[in-house]
Structures are given as C-alpha cells and as structure tokens.
Design a protein around this ligand. Structure first.
Ligand SMILES: [Zn+2]
Length: 306
C-alpha cells in the first residue's frame, strides 16, 4: 500500500480492509478442517517447489504441494488474461515467488505488520533497474472458512508488477485488476459502495480516481476500490482484458485522453466518464450471470467495439 524506497514496491491489498468480514468463497481448505490455532495445531513448516513458486506452509490444512499447484494454475490463467494474451510464451519467474501460508493471524501479522490487520494476504515485490528481483506473498487462512481467500488477488499484484517492471502501474489499475480476481460477494460489496456514493452524489469524478497515486483514507477507500473494480469491468466489456494494461501503458506515457481514444476509440476522459456511469447504473439492476459468480476468474464476453 506504499512505496518502500525506489527499488521496492509493496502492495498491501488495501481494499482487503473494506470487505473481508462478509467475504466467503475462494480456495476451500480440506473439508471440515482449519478453524484457527487450536484445530491447526503446532507442526513444522512444509516446503514445496514448483516451476515458479516456492511454497512454505505452516498450516496443517494447507499442504505446500497443493498450494504450489494451485499457484501455478492461477498464475497461468491470470497471465493470459492480463499480460500475455494468445499463444505467446509466459515467462518463468526467476527467482521463484515465495508463498508463505501462516499458521495463525498472530504469525501473519508479526510478518507483515499490524497495519495489515483485517487483510488475508500481502504481496511484496522488489524491483531493481527495471527487473523484478523478488516476489513474496504472505497468506493467512480465513479464520471462519479456512480458505486462502486472498491468493488470487495478491498473485494478480505480483503478475502486474511483471507487466510494468520499469514503471509504476496506476493505483486504480493495480487494485481494480486485483479485485477482479476476488470472490463475487466481496466484489458486490465494493459495487454497493459505488452505487451508494453515486446516489448521495459524493462519488469522485473518474478522472480523479484515475490520477490517484495512493489509497484514500476512511470511507473514501471503499468507493475508490469499487470505482477501480467497476472501471476494469467496464473496460473488459469493451475489449479483451489485456487491453486494460495497454490502456494504462498509453496513459502513463501520453495521458488518459489519448489512451481512451487510442485503445478504446472513446472521445477522451469525458466520454469514458459518461459511458462508465451508464455502465454503473445498468449494473445496479442487471443480475450477475450464474457462471461468472461460480468462477471469479471467468471473463464475460467482451462487447464488440462500436
Ligand atoms: Zn490489492
């Protein structure tokens, strides 16, 4: 959620703070297991290696090899969606990403810091001279469900850092794309925050959200997260998901007016704002497709550009 020096980027999953209390779904732990320290017990760490991951699990219900396999599957899916469309080869990660599954909330917070309280995952990526030199994701299982609910979200941050190694991905895009990988219920809460803000006429203009470099404080955070997510959802309806990353690339170099025109054929930010608002108002009444709710990584079919 902040920058730790020029060569180190640290993502804190800020929008995790907003909605985790009511959030269920995601990876499901071994049936009937995982209810905090007591059930988890005390045991040594287990380590597993895969092509792109080294997983250390301190948690009795999460076998390191199983987590590593799921990480590889998610990585491939997320890379194809956002960064490497088509038949291009997805580059291996050197060094591998380290994934740590903590035994308890106490262990998790000791590692990531108290500011990450209420989150279920933190991704830390170090970049030096335009190269990613380390990736680490710390996870804790949800104390009620036993699920690793933050894995896909945090993995998305790590992948996006690869797409943008020499520059900083705009905050809305980094968070909005990561939120895409979250569970439907959590995303629904973020959307509700936007709908409420629009009703109260307190929602910031989309241009303000696009240009933010940090997370807003207080009750503005849920709206920022919701706007970021719904902007990504709107853009994905216009064209392939990877175009969102292309949109941000052009915007960082040439500004959002040019990016909107060049990538989506829109008439600048004002046009984007108008169409996005129409999308938000429509989504307030449109039921979410069942299949999309079952699989948070499934994409709706992009609409043809007009
Ligand atoms: Zn995040």
């Amino acid at each position: 959620m902040g920058i730790l020096g020029r060569s180190c980027r640290r993502y804190r999953g800020g929008c995790e703070l907003v909605a985790w209390l009511a959030w269920v779904g995601g990876l499901v732990g071994a049936a009937g297991q995982t209810r905090g320290d007591e059930a988890n017990g005390r045991r040594g760490a287990e380590t597993a290696h895969a092509t792109n991951f080294m997983v250390i699990s301190h948690h009795a219900s999460w076998q390191a090899a199983r987590v590593a396999k799921e990480c590889e599957r998610l990585r491939s899916t997320l890379y194809r969606q956002w960064c490497v469309p088509g038949e291009e080869i997805i580059p291996d990660w050197t060094p591998r990403a380290m994934i740590v599954v903590h035994r308890s909330e106490g262990d998790y917070l000791r590692e990531v810091g108290w500011r990450a309280g209420l989150t279920r995952g933190v991704c830390r990526v170090q970049v030096r001279d335009g190269q990613v030199v380390s990736r680490r994701i710390d996870l804790m299982a949800d104390p009620d469900t036993g699920e690793l609910t933050a894995l896909a979200h945090e993995l998305t941050h790590a992948i996006l850092a690869d797409c943008f190694p020499s520059r900083r991905l705009p905050r809305w895009a980094d968070e909005g794309i990561a939120l895409w990988a979250d569970q439907p219920r959590k995303k629904g809460l973020h959307r509700q925050a936007v709908h409420r803000a629009i009703e109260r006429q307190s929602a910031p203009a989309i241009a303000d959200t696009l240009l933010r470099t940090d997370y807003p404080a207080g009750d503005k955070l849920p709206v920022f997260c919701g706007q970021s997510l719904m902007l990504v959802e709107f853009l994905v309806q216009l064209d392939e998901p990877s175009r969102v990353v292309e949109f941000t690339r052009v915007a960082v170099d040439h500004g959002y007016d040019r990016a909107a025109q060049q990538v989506y054929g829109l008439n600048g930010i004002a046009d984007l704002q108008q169409r996005w608002l129409a999308h938000v108002r429509q989504s307030a009444t449109r039921p979410v497709p069942i299949d999309y709710m079952r699989d948070p990584l499934q994409m709706p079919t992009p609409r043809k550009r007009t």
